[in-house]
Design a protein around this ligand. Structure first.
Ligand SMILES: C[S@@+](CC[C@H](N)C(=O)[O-])C[C@H]1O[C@@H](n2cnc3c(N)ncnc32)[C@H](O)[C@@H]1O
Length: 301
C-alpha cells in the first residue's frame, strides 16, 4: 500500500513536505519531474500571504522559481500554472500575462529546450464575488508549457461527452454513421467546472482550492503512470489527490501547518479510497428523447 512520506527521499512514491518550496526545490534532482502543476499565491492579502506582498512580490518570486522549475523538469515535461487576477485600487492585472512575460524573459537566457506555450485554458465557473463597477469575474486561466518540442498528450484519456452524441452524417460516404468519436470529444481550451466554494464536496478550510478535476485532467493527458508530479504551492493537496487517483508519484510542498495537515489527511484518504471529490462529469447531462441527444450503445463514456 502506498504511503505519504513526510521526509523527502528521491525514491518516495508520495512526499508531502512542510516548509518553503523555494528552499525545498533545490533538493529535487535535475530532470526528474514530468509535470509541475500549481496555483501560486496571487498577492491578494489572503490568510497565507504577508500583508506587504504585492504584484512586485509575485514577479520576484516567479523570477526566482522558474530557473529551478526548468532544472528539475524532464525534457518533454510540462508545467501548468493556474492563475487569476491581481486586483488593487480597481486596477486589474491578469497574472497569466505576467507569467508569460517572465517565461519569455527566461527563455531568452537559455539556448536549448525553451518553454513552449501549448494552451491557455480558460477555466470558467458560475459563482463568485459580484462586482458593481465592472463585470463580475467568472474565469481564471491555466498556462500549459512544455520543455522543448517533444511532449506527451494523451487526448483519448480526457475526452468528454459530445453535446449531441447520437448525431449522424446526413450525406456523403459516411451517411448514417455516427459522426462523433465513441470516446467523446476534445474537452477544448474552455473548461466549465464548478469552483470549490460553500457546499462543494471538496471544500476545506482553505480559501483558494482548485477542484481536483483540473489537475486530474492535466495529469491524465500530460503524463504516464508512475511519472512524478510536483506542486510547489500544495495548499490542501488537490494536485496530490489527483496524482494518487491516477497512479502517479507526487511531491507537494506547503508552508502552513494547518493546510499541510488537511492535505495529509486528504492524501491518506485518497490512498484508502475514501476521499471526497467531484468526478470529471458534465454539469448537465443531455436530456430529451431526440435521437441526436441519446448516447449510442457503443459509446465508451
Ligand atoms: C493558491 S493556494 C494553492 C491551493 C491548491 N491548489 C489547492 O487546491 O489546495 C497557494 C498555497 O501556497 C502556499 N504557499 C505560499 N508560499 C509558499 C512557499 N514559499 N512554499 C510553500 N507553500 C507556499 C500557501 O500557504 C497556499 O496554501
Amino acid at each position: 500500500m502506498k504511503k505519504v512520506e513526510k521526509i523527502y527521499n528521491v525514491d518516495n512514491d508520495i512526499t508531502l513536505h512542510l516548509g518553503d518550496s523555494f528552499d525545498f526545490v533545490k533538493r529535487i534532482p535535475n530532470e526528474s519531474i514530468s509535470l509541475v502543476i500549481t496555483s501560486p499565491p496571487y498577492a491578494m492579502g489572503k490568510a497565507y500571504e504577508r500583508p506587504d506582498d504585492d504584484i512586485g512580490t509575485f514577479i520576484q518570486k516567479h523570477i526566482e522559481l522558474f530557473p529551478e522549475i526548468y532544472r528539475i523538469l524532464k525534457p518533454g515535461g510540462s508545467i501548468c500554472w493556474q492563475v487569476g487576477y491581481h486586483v488593487k485600487d480597481m486596477v486589474v492585472t491578469p497574472l497569466d500575462i505576467i507569467i508569460g512575460n517572465i517565461i519569455s524573459d527566461f527563455n531568452n537566457t537559455i539556448l536549448t529546450e525553451k518553454f513552449i506555450l501549448r494552451n491557455r485554458i480558460i477555466w470558467t465557473f458560475g459563482h463568485g464575488l459580484n462586482s458593481f463597477h465592472r463585470f463580475s469575474g467568472r474565469h481564471e486561466t491555466i498556462l500549459w508549457y512544455t520543455k522543448g518540442d517533444m511532449f506527451e498528450f494523451d487526448l483519448d484519456s480526457v475526452r468528454v461527452p459530445q453535446k449531441y452524441p447520437g448525431k449522424k452524417y446526413y450525406k456523403g460516404e459516411k451517411k448514417g454513421e455516427f459522426s462523433g468519436n465513441p470516446l467523446g470529444k476534445n474537452p477544448s481550451d474552455v473548461w466549465s467546472i464548478p469552483n470549490v466554494k460553500a457546499k462543494h464536496v471538496e471544500k476545506t478550510d482553505h480559501p483558494c482550492q482548485y477542484p481536483v478535476v483540473i489537475p486530474q485532467r492535466l495529469i491524465k493527458a500530460l503524463t504516464r503512470k508512475n511519472d512524478i508530479i510536483f506542486d510547489p504551492f500544495n495548499g490542501v493537496g488537490s494536485t496530490g489527490v489527483a496524482a494518487i487517483l491516477e497512479n502517479r508519484r507526487y511531491i507537494g510542498v506547503e508552508l502552513y501547518e494547518s493546510y499541510y495537515d488537511i492535505s495529509l489527511k486528504r492524501l491518506q484518504d485518497t490512498i484508502n479510497g475514501t476521499v471526497k471529490y467531484r468526478k470529471d462529469e458534465p454539469i448537465y447531462e443531455p436530456k430529451g428523447n431526440s435521437a441526436v441527444l441519446k448516447k449510442p450503445e457503443h459509446f465508451k463514456y
